[in-house]
Design a protein around this ligand. Structure first.
Ligand code: F6R
Length: 626
């Protein structure tokens, strides 16, 4: 079985510092993208390339490098990679960088070269012996051949262009050649790559986090582009070698946002950062009494004409999308369907010019969501992206964009970006209501004011952290945990269960509480923890009383009830084995506070079971293949 490279962290550097330090620092910041294996390549000072690779976490590579002759890794240009693979063993041999037979070319890669089997067969026929099972290695041999002879001989950039034209699939490739020192050439198609522009030094990376310590000046690359960096600058072309104008931008967050800031785990820091993430998501989106998107390539009339909304997303982003339905239908009176992006295009959804597809993605590079966007566009639907990553592929391919501005999220499990997505969904709902006239401007302003009060409410909710952590330690040996919610509490229950599954590897299920009696109640057994997200007694009295009945039913069957309820909800107290109080807020906004204890609970149970909550097994932060 060939080993395909899926989601990886990539760093390239050309400058005046020791490249090894810069590259390893960058990889450390990108380790959330993959942690199956890691490797580096740089000039060895003797006309060749020094390469080191190690299976497992980056620390394994660092250990290997520490035991080496330091003089091999003193170059001031080099590149590195952390990998996350789904096929084949994450071995030293399959780790990147990969080289050609002569050891002159080194390549790191993120994505999948879909036609690699044909390319590999062609190379083997011409006598090339493969040293690994990867698709990536074919690119190294192809570049070496293009550089050795033919129209691109002796020209690294032209050789990479020629090879990129032959590759199918999604890829970011970084290539270096021992005969063209202090130069790195990169090619990109449907996979992330940014350039960091410094003074006498330049960077390439999958994510700005890798170089933010050195420069905040960045350049985003478009689809099917090649960039060449050296000490003096960067040059961007298309795959045919024609020069193109790339778009510079300034990164609006700093290094401290990507550091742990005294926490054991990024995830815990990111949970605490949620009030600020919400403030930043709201900032700049309400101007002169109206909601403003970050990018709008559709007219007000287009917005007014929308008669149907689809929300497409995956995982946690999908859960936020479920909440968008409650808000948009309520405020705009337009039907909304929420769909898993991975299912969307395969069932031939009914789309047209007046359909708005809202694509929600933290990374902006999730392949399932990207393909859903592309499908929607082929059907002439409008696409609005909600995204946390400036210039990522999904926003680039959309007609309108609202960025969540939650800052970098390093923990693999989404936390602050979930709350930011909910907030962004509501902003989109208000923007639509405003455009379609289903809400007066003073009503929009009032809703926005309520949203603007949420960072403080989340801050207050964070005071439950100690109580929830103690509970988490008590529940760490449970076999399973169930989560129940109604109305907007239902997506919260789904999210609570997902967090527990992915972090603590524990069986967890979220249910709409009304569904209990239709089957799931059979799961209830003595001392099974059931987490209940209680609707507001004041705001949703009917739902509240129905939920009280549900709690009674499960308690009577022996469940251990953990109840998340509004402060002052005395009616529920007698039925709660553990009561976690959250501030009273408007119904639609309750998920912004009720989710917080569930995130903490999952993280603490995982920690008590001895797991790394930033890097859950088998997962990667962004999933760039379907
Ligand atoms: C769960 C989680 C994933 C992502 C999903 C979509 O904690 O992080 O379920 O929400 O993979 O990712 P984005 O939002 O980047 O499209």
């Amino acid at each position: 079985m060939a080993t395909l490279t899926r989601v990886c962290g990539i760093v390239g550097y050309v400058g005046h510092r020791q490249a090894l330090d810069v590259v390893l620092d960058g990889l450390r910041r990108l380790e959330y993208r993959g942690y199956d294996s890691a490797g580096v390549a740089m000039l060895d000072g003797a006309g060749g390339l020094a390469v080191e690779r190690a299976a497992g976490a980056l620390s394994n590579l660092e250990g290997k490098l520490a035991g080496q002759d330091g003089s091999r890794f003193t170059a001031t240009s080099g590149m590195g990679h952390t990998r996350w693979a789904t096929h084949g063993a994450p071995t030293d041999r399959n780790a990147h960088p990969h080289r050609d037979a002569a050891g002159k070319v080194a390549v790191v890669h993120n994505g999948i070269i879909e036609n690699f089997a044909a390319l590999r067969a062609e190379l083997e026929t011409s006598g090339v012996e493969m040293a690994s099972e990867t698709d990536t290695e074919t690119a190294a041999h192809l570049v070496a051949a293009a550089y050795a002879s033919g129209p691109t001989a002796g020209e690294l950039t032209a050789s990479v262009c020629a090879v990129a034209r032959r590759l199918e699939g999604a890829f970011t490739l970084l290539v270096t050649h021992a005969d063209e020192p202090d130069k790195i050439v990169a090619a990109r198609r449907s996979s992330p790559l940014v350039v960091g522009v410094g003074d006498g030094e330049n960077f390439l990376a999958s994510d700005v986090a890798a170089f933010i310590e050195h420069t905040r000046d960045a350049v985003e690359l478009g689809q099917d582009q090649v960039v060449t960096i050296d000490r003096g600058g960067y040059r961007v072309t298309d795959f045919d070698g024609a020069e193109v104008q790339a778009k510079p931008f300034t990164v609006d967050w700093d290094l401290s946002a990507a550091e742990k800031g005294g926490h054991d785990y990024f995830m815990l820091k990111e949970i605490e950062e949620q009030p600020e993430a919400l403030e930043n998501t709201l900032r700049g989106h309400f101007v002169n009494g109206g909601i403003v998107l970050d990018e709008q390539r559709m007219t007000e009339q287009d917005l007014r004409d929308i008669d149907k909304v689809f929300v497409v997303a995956c995982g946690t982003a999908y859960h936020s999308g479920l909440l968008a339905k409650y808000a948009i239908e309520h405020w705009c009176r337009i039907p909304v369907e929420v769909e898993l992006a991975s299912e969307f295009r395969y069932r031939d959804p009914v789309l047209g010019r007046d359909t708005l597809v809202v694509a929600i993605s933290q990374s902006g590079e999730t392949a399932d969501t990207l393909e859903a966007v592309r499908h929607a566009r082929t059907q002439r639907a409008r696409v609005l992206a909600i995204c946390n990553t400036n210039g990522a592929q999904i926003p680039r391919e959309s007609d309108a964009v609202l960025y969540t501005h939650a800052g970098p999220e390093i923990g693999v499990a989404a936390t602050k970006t979930f709350l930011a997505q909910i907030t962004a969904n509501y902003l989109v709902g208000l923007a639509l209501a405003q455009a379609r006239g289903t809400k007066y401007s003073d009503e929009v302003a009032r809703e926005f004011e309520e949203l603007a009060a949420m960072p403080q409410a989340v801050r207050q909710t964070l005071s439950t952290v100690d109580q929830v952590r103690t509970l988490g330690r008590e529940l760490a040996d449970s076999k399973a945990v169930l989560f129940l919610g109604r109305h907007v509490g239902y997506p919260v229950a789904l999210e609570g269960a997902l967090k527990l599954k992915e972090l603590a590897y524990m069986h967890a299920e979220g249910f709409a509480a009304g569904e209990l009696k239709h089957g799931p109640i059979a799961l209830i057994e003595d001392r099974l923890p059931v987490v209940v997200v209680m609707p507001s007694a004041k705001g949703r009295a009917l739902l509240h009383s129905k939920m009280l009945s549900n709690i009674r039913e499960i308690q009577a069957r022996g469940a251990r009830t953990v109840v998340i309820a509004e402060e002052g909800d005395e009616a529920v107290r007698p039925f709660a084995d553990e009561l976690i109080e959250i501030p009273a807020v408007a119904t639609l906004l309750q998920p912004l506070v009720s989710t917080v204890p569930l995130q903490v609970l999952a993280a603490e149970i995982a920690r008590a079971r001895g797991y790394d909550v930033d890097k859950p097994r088998n997962l990667a932060k962004s999933v760039t293949v379907e």
